[in-house]
Design a protein around this ligand. Structure first.
Ligand SMILES: *Cc1c(COP(=O)(O)O)cnc(C)c1O
Length: 395
């Protein structure tokens, strides 16, 4: 190893470890369902984004197996050479139908999708108004575009309006975009899309909503944009196939011309191999299930409400979530980590999230209830929360 690299790694790894910020990964010895096995222990899983339990759904597994039999395990090329199977276009048609848009384009992941879509449209002569709590992939996608990034305070519509007005009046930019998460994953709050769309109309802003945590969850499953009845008012509807949909991949849904442009200009579509047949078949099946029935969606909300009520009654601070995402705010960083560790020892897997991911002093254990949890599992988790909460003086 080059000496400079060796010393760089040593210094920085030691620094992280000494500050308690070095993340140790626990490999799962089971599927990522409501109960997971780690180090031989069965734990109630409150950490996955598998909102509807579809990651282990029998119907998805069957179509994935069938797709492998028929089309193999790999797509064989990038989409624009000859890696586009009919399966891909069928998935894209299904996404468009699901999102109530003219067309859609699928990418290899949600992260990849933000790398692809923003820089296909925005460049150094443009500006992007970005909520300060936007996901890392949005931030990186914005940077990649070289557009001027103008942050606005989280969900602060007066601030957004002021920044939009300044950007327009400066005359410096050809195009201006406003970009936001649909659901913010750390607190479970929902973007103020009606106001954002109104401001966008006033200043002719391009609208971009990344609904990774909203699809399958809000709008009876169709997402945050549908929830607010704004399907024809948002230019870019981004989603992931990896959370509620349970598989892997990302997409943009929007007008036909936008999708046509992304298919010729977004680099991960042109230069990275297409989603595998199994992923595509399983994702399409998941969307069909969501469109046929709200059963899983309803169970997710029931479970979310049940967990929230239980933790709140015990006296925990569960923040202001408007979705099933249930933060349990502990505060001090070390206490938060200790809390999460004790939950683990008692049989609940819920990760601690601390500064710098969330503001200092608002360390939390974040709970992601899913449609696959039973009431018994949630009752047991709540009982463990009570035990650990009392032991550590949090309640
Ligand atoms: C999780 C997430 C992504 C990344 O999606 P993947 O499909 O896991 O790559 C992108 N944007 C937001 C807002 C997310 O929450």
């Amino acid at each position: 190893m080059a000496k400079v690299l060796d010393s760089f790694l040593k210094e920085n790894l030691d620094d992280l470890k000494s500050k308690g910020l070095f993340n140790v990964i626990d490999p799962l010895q089971s599927a990522n369902g409501p109960i997971i096995k780690i180090n031989g222990n069965d734990l109630i899983n409150l950490s996955s984004n598998n909102y509807l339990g579809l990651a282990t759904d029998q119907r998805l597994k069957e179509v994935a197996e069938k797709a492998i039999e028929e089309f193999g395990v790999g797509a064989g090329a990038v989409r624009t050479i000859n890696g586009t199977l009919e399966l891909h276009t069928k998935l894209e048609d299904k996404i468009a139908e699901f999102k109530h848009t003219e067309a859609a384009i699928a990418y290899q992941s949600g992260f990849n999708c933000n790398m692809a879509a923003i820089s296909a449209v925005m460049d150094k002569n443009d500006a992007i108004l970005s909520d300060e709590l936007n996901h890392a992939s949005i931030i990186d996608g914005c940077r990649l575009s070289k557009a001027k990034i103008i942050r606005f305070n989280h969900s602060d519509m007066d601030h957004l309006r002021q920044k939009a007005k300044e950007a327009v009046e400066s005359g410096l930019y050809n195009k201006i975009m406003v970009i936001t998460d649909g659901v913010f994953s750390m607190d479970g709050d929902v973007a103020k899309l009606p106001e954002i769309v109104q401001i966008a109309e006033e200043f002719d802003l391009i609208t971009y909503v990344d609904d990774a945590h909203g699809s399958g969850v809000l709008g009876k499953g169709a997402g945050t944009v549908k929830h607010f009845g704004l399907s024809d008012k948002v230019d870019f509807q981004i989603g992931t196939l990896s959370k509620a949909i349970g598989v892997v991949g990302g997409y943009v849904a929007g007008k036909k011309e936008l999708i046509e442009w992304l298919k010729v200009r977004s680099r991960p579509f042109l230069f990275s191999t297409a989603l595998t047949p199994a992923d595509v078949a399983a994702s399409k099946k998941a969307i069909e299930i969501l469109m046929e029935s709200t059963e899983l969606h309803d169970r997710l909300w029931e479970n979310g409400d049940y967990l929230k009520k239980g933790l709140k009654e015990l006296g925990f601070n569960i923040g202001e979530s408007e979705t099933p995402i249930t933060p349990c705010i502990i505060g001090e960083e070390r206490l938060t980590q200790q809390f999460s560790r004790r939950l683990y020892e008692e049989g609940v897997y819920a990760k601690s999230i601390v500064f710098p991911t969330v503001p200092q002093g608002t360390g939390r254990v974040r709970n992601m209830p899913t449609a696959a949890h039973t009431k018994e599992m949630l009752d047991e988790a709540i009982a463990i929360y009570e035990k650990v909460g009392k032991e550590l003086g949090v309640i």
